[in-house]
Every structure is written in C-alpha cells, then in structure tokens.
Design a protein around this ligand. Sequence first.
Ligand SMILES: [Zn+2]
Length: 376
Amino acid sequence: MVSDLTALQPIHVGFTNCFPIDTGDGLVLIDTGLDTDQNWDRLTKGLEERGRSIKDVRWVLLTHAHTDHCGLVHRVKEASNAQIIIHQLEAFFLRQGSHHRSSNQAQFTRLFLEHGVPEQLVSWLFRMGSRAWGRRWEADPPLFGPEPEHTLRWEALEAAEVTEQDRQGPDAGHAVPVSRRDERSPNVWRFKGLEPDVTFDDDQHIELGELRLRSFYTPGHTPGHACFYHEESRVFFAGDHILKRITPNPGLYFVYNLYERRSKSLPDYIRSLMAVRNVPCVRVLGAHESEMPNMEYAVDRIVMHHERRARTAMSAVRHGRNTTYGLLPVLFPTLRASALFPALGETLGHLDLLEEQGQVVPEMVSGRYIYRPLGD
Ligand SMILES: [Zn+2]
C-alpha cells in the first residue's frame, strides 16, 4: 500500500529531509543527505523505526545533484541496488559529481574577470576550492569595510585562508577514514559522480509501484532542479526550490561546461517559482527546515525578497556601482569569505534579472561588463 502522504514525516538525515514513501512495491526515497557515517545511521535507523529496511529501497528520486541531497546514494545503491532517478539535465551534474567548479575553472575565471572581480581574489577562490564549504563561517571576519567605501579588506581574506594544518590535518585528502568525517569537514561536500539509472523530463508522470508523482522542472537553484507533486493528496516535494526561512541560492553553472551556456539562474528561478505558485497544495515539503502549509505564501516571501534586492541593486547601479563586483558589497555588506562564491552568483543574478527586465544593458568596456541603466 502507498504511504499516506498527508501524514508523511521525513527522516532527518542531518540537516536534509529524506522522504521515504512506500509505493506498494518497495520504497522510494526522495533525496538522501551528506555522506557521513552518522547520516547513514540516521537513515537506516529511521527506516527501521518505520518497520522497513534499507534493502527495501527500490528507487532514490533526487531533486538535484547537490551533495547534501545525493551524498548517500552510493551507499544506498550498494545496500539495495536501488535505481537512481533524476531530471535529464541535472544528470549531467550528477555524473560530474562535485567537480563542476574545478573542471570549469577557466570558465569561472573568465566570467569573474569580465565582471570586475580582482585577479587576486579569483585565484584565492580557486585556492580555497571546496575547502571553503562547511567552515565555521561565523568565525570569518566580514570581507568588506563599513560604509561608504565598501572596499575589500584583504586582511579579512587572509584570516580566512586555509591553514597548513587544515591541509595536512587528519581530514585532508580522500584517504580520510569515513568514521572521522562530520558535517563540518569539507570532505563531505565532495561527491564521486554517478550515472543515474533513469532520467525524466518536465511535467512527466513518474510511476513507482502504485505511486504516481508529477515532475515539475524548476531550474534556478541548479539548472536541472525538479520538484515532485502527488496530485491525489496535494502534497508537493519542493527540494531546495522553496524553503521556509532560507532563500535558496541561484547557483552559478555552465551547462555542459560551455561558457556560452552559463545559467541565468535568478531569472530562471523567479520563473520557476511562479510556475508552481498556484499548484493546489495542502503540504509543501522542503528538503531542509520544516514544512510550509501555504505554497503561495512561501513563494511570495522569496519573490518579495528578490524584488527588494533588485530595487537596491538598481539604485546602486544608477549610483555607479555598475559591475557585478562593484555591486557585491551593496547586496552583501557583511559577506564572509566562505560565502564569496554564492554571493557573486546571486549578485550577477540580480544584474541578469535587471537586464531581462530591460532596466540595464551590459556593455563590454576594456574586457569588462559595465551595466548601463536604461529608461532614465
Ligand atoms: Zn540542499
């Protein structure tokens, strides 16, 4: 018998919600969690508490290929030979694993330099690599000085530099015994790529046993992000598309590793929010935090947040902060080094959005994009 989705509760696999659903013919898990021993225990014990075992898992349905969602799929597959299912575009990123950034270093370097980011800062970003993730960012000093200068404080960057001890320490490299990993370790954000067993497209019915879910293609957070909807019970699995308190980051991606195919993540994201806003729902289940009872409210909260920031961005462009890097401290005055990459992505996202709305136009001047305000 199919689980009663109106009563479905997630297994908390660390900070990720994993939804186990009985399909009448084995279990499907919607998302997993970061690959740690502790999370594996959480997942297997969570299933046992529900009277099931990891061996009952026949499918893992992924909302997207971020490590905090797909981290445990290798272990699940090994334990149960489950089929891994993901959107056909996101499959590209699942195959690549967590190497997208390093394998696109040339594209990102070109992009950041064209958008005014100092060379020294770009090379710092790549020196940090994935080690920036999982750091205690609260301990990092803010990168920018107080108003009105908003200039980069290089000493703050140096303070956030990876220490030699980090590099040589017990968590360094791939040879870390798994039991020593925890969620603070940057190693858990690494993910060995995987070939999915099944892919799907937008607006497709996915049949798993007696369970029938509809896919919604919701690019923005990642280029191939998808949500799942159970029509009969009006339950919506939102992944990282809609969360209760956080505003998901519109990620910077090069689809198929092509410079020309940089995702315009924020405009895509807003469109994807509007595409699901009126889906009739009694429960909206995000992959993190607690559930949202009201889809329209949850969507409007995020849209309004970005509208506010778009107004701030537009006003700053008019006042001469007309490159992505120039705009960065206006949108992120208390930015920490470990959040630099997503913050650059979101700032560029706001300029993409303003460009799409016809409020600014980018012009290449001496190798750099300058955004000119329109309609003065
Ligand atoms: Zn996530």
